[in-house]
Write a new protein. Structure first.
Lengths: 274, 300
């Protein structure tokens, strides 16, 4: 018997604390996601077209109607945070497709055989979704600048907007991940994705205020995370804009939703390979 | 914003506590004895999918330092067995230990000690070879100072030093397989699982994979479990074989002994036909065939 030339795995590897491990693993997953996005930014660029159309076409027409009460801000300014939130929704809600693709390639199997904390797979994806959302935020700011919409340029406000968008992206990406874990096939996911997007898209305050809605629709809007994202962004982003629920309430609700979704997704992720 | 930060910290702390609790449970497990003669041991290991019994009361004893082959047609239960032993799938009943750890009670200890090469070519095509290995190094908790050295060593061992900086989508099928071996050996597993390691590869690439695998096994003295429905592969690589048929072990032994038990001049094909009453080329569920085709088409 030849003696082993390759040395054995040092026992010390397992010694690092669970918390440090979770951070390292989450960062590693997020890092490879970012590398892949930056190498092929086609998706990011095509996603940028949608908000441009909403603001430049839809927004220009509807701001002439003056039928929607938007307080002391113009309709275009009113809908700008809404359009940002909606483009975040559209980008993140189909995130699950990528997970199903990775499952079909066997990448998920390999990740799950590693001793990494299962939550790191979910959190890493959520961070990467947050990064994609940040790119969209930059684009919205550029459009707003070009259209002369009165924005708040205070660095703290801008930081708050980026943080809110990242959190919102993380929520919808994680929600999408949960759906992917349940349906497990791209065909079914596309159908369900389309089905979910419409109510999420219209049952919120993005393009009209909550006060215009009939009671039942407002009730739906109040359980829609997008409502809280739009509300926070409206308070942070535009001059004269107000957050109806207050910023701590908006961020608090979003944080709780994210934690619940991330916990569910971490439990469901291993079922992808069964 | 502040409230979010607090929630975030609470969430992470909660998860940390949970993981710590898991570690505690595993610490209470008896440490595997070095005298444990079996790298893999299954007792009445069973997995059902609804009414269908994929793996039926499997009793396997696989000695340390051997290359062991699970042989059978598509749908015989090979992949399900590997999924259970690698902790991807919980057994319906029965038990198993891998590297001395129970697959149900101590899954994260099992994961630390095994390497896995899935049936599909699963290296991430959007990353370079080096980046694929770096991801594994981090997920396995390799200290920062050791990562680059070990990755370079693994790439060298698999003959991929030159191509480490290229995106994996430019690799050939054989190169991807060798990269996956590099990825699976990075943390020095004591048991390595390979699911159909050379399916869809051309003969030259297959031999390169076999050579690297045999060298790796020699150098590391690890135990290797491969599944295959390829008789040449079983003949070439395996010290011992189990023929799986409809979720059960139909025969087990060294390749030569199995052949001799069937008759003089018998091949492994004959052995298989003798023990399962059919040719290995038949059978296979729609899903398996589709999956094999997809792998083949990816390899172009």
């Amino acid at each position: 018997m030849t003696s082993a030339r390759l040395d054995a795995q040092p026992a010390a590897w397992a010694e690092s604390s669970a918390l440090v491990g979770l951070f390292t693993q989450t960062a590693a997953i997020a890092e490879v996601e970012l590398k892949k996005v930056l190498r092929d930014p086609t998706e990011l660029l095509t996603r940028a077209v949608q908000p441009v159309l909403w603001l430049v076409v839809f927004g220009q027409v509807f701001s002439r109607v003056r039928g929607i009460p938007t307080g002391n801000v113009s309709y275009l300014a009113f809908m700008t945070p809404g359009i940002l939130a909606q483009s975040v929704l559209f980008a993140a809600i189909f995130y699950g497709i990528a997970i199903i693709w990775e499952r079909d390639l066997g990448i998920v199997h390999k990740l799950l055989v590693s001793p990494a904390n299962r939550a790191s797979f979910v959190l890493g994806k959520a961070i990467s979704a947050g990064f994609r959302g940040s790119i969209q935020t930059v684009i919205i700011y550029l459009i707003a600048l070009a259209l002369g919409i009165g924005m708040r340029w205070n660095p703290l406000n801008i930081a708050g907007v980026f943080f809110g968008v990242a959190l919102g992206s993380a929520i919808f990406a994680t929600f999408s991940l949960i759906i992917a874990c349940i349906v497990k096939s791209r065909e079914r996911f596309m159908g369900i994705g389309q089905l979910m997007t419409m109510p999420l898209f219209f049952a919120n305050n993005a393009i009209y205020p909550l006060s215009l809605m009939p009671g039942w629709l407002r009730a739906i809007a109040l359980i829609n995370p997008l409502t809280y994202l739009v509300d926070a962004l409206r308070g942070l982003m535009i001059q004269g804009g107000e957050s109806i629920h207050s910023l701590p309430a908006d961020f608090g609700v979003m944080a709780v939703i994210f934690i619940i979704l991330a916990t569910i997704a971490s439990r469901l992720y291993p079922t992808l390979v069964r | 914003m502040l409230s979010f930060a607090i929630y975030e910290i609470l969430a992470i702390a909660g998860r940390g506590a949970q993981t710590n609790a898991l570690h505690l449970i595993e610490l209470m497990e008896p440490t595997p004895q070095t005298s444990e003669p079996y790298a893999i041991k299954t007792d009445e290991l069973t997995r059902k999918f609804g009414e269908m019994i994929a793996v039926d009361a499997l009793n396997l004893r696989i000695s340390s330092g051997k290359i062991f082959g699970l042989l059978g047609p598509n749908g015989a239960g090979k992949s399900t067995t590997i999924k259970m032993l690698t902790t991807l799938l919980e057994p319906t009943s029965g038990s198993a230990t891998v590297a001395g750890f129970d697959i149900v009670r101590a899954p994260s200890q099992v994961r630390r000690h095994i390497g896995y090469v899935p049936q599909l070519l699963s290296a991430d095509g959007g990353l370079t070879g080096f980046e694929n290995l770096m991801l594994s190094a981090k997920l396995y908790g390799m200290p920062r100072t050791e990562r680059k050295g070990r990755i370079a060593e693994a790439l060298d061992f698999m003959g991929l030093t030159e191509s480490g900086k290229r995106l994996v989508k430019t690799y050939s099928g054989g190169m991807i397989r060798r990269l996956e071996l590099a990825q699976a050996m990075l943390h020095r597993p004591t048991v390595m699982f390979l699911d159909e390691p050379t399916i869809g590869l051309d003969p030259v690439a297959r031999h390169a994979v076999w050579d690297r695998l045999e060298d790796l096994q020699q150098e590391s003295q690890m135990t290797v479990l491969i599944t295959t429905h390829d008789m040449d592969e079983a003949d070439e690589l395996c010290d011992e074989l189990a023929i799986l048929h409809q979720g059960k072990v139909a025969a087990v032994g060294e390749p030569d002994a199995l052949k001799a038990s069937v008759g003089p001049d018998a091949t492994l094909d004959d052995v298989f036909a003798h023990f399962s009453g059919g040719s290995i080329q038949e059978g296979g569920s729609y899903r398996d065939v589709r999956q094999a085709r997809r792998t083949a088409s990816r390899l172009g």
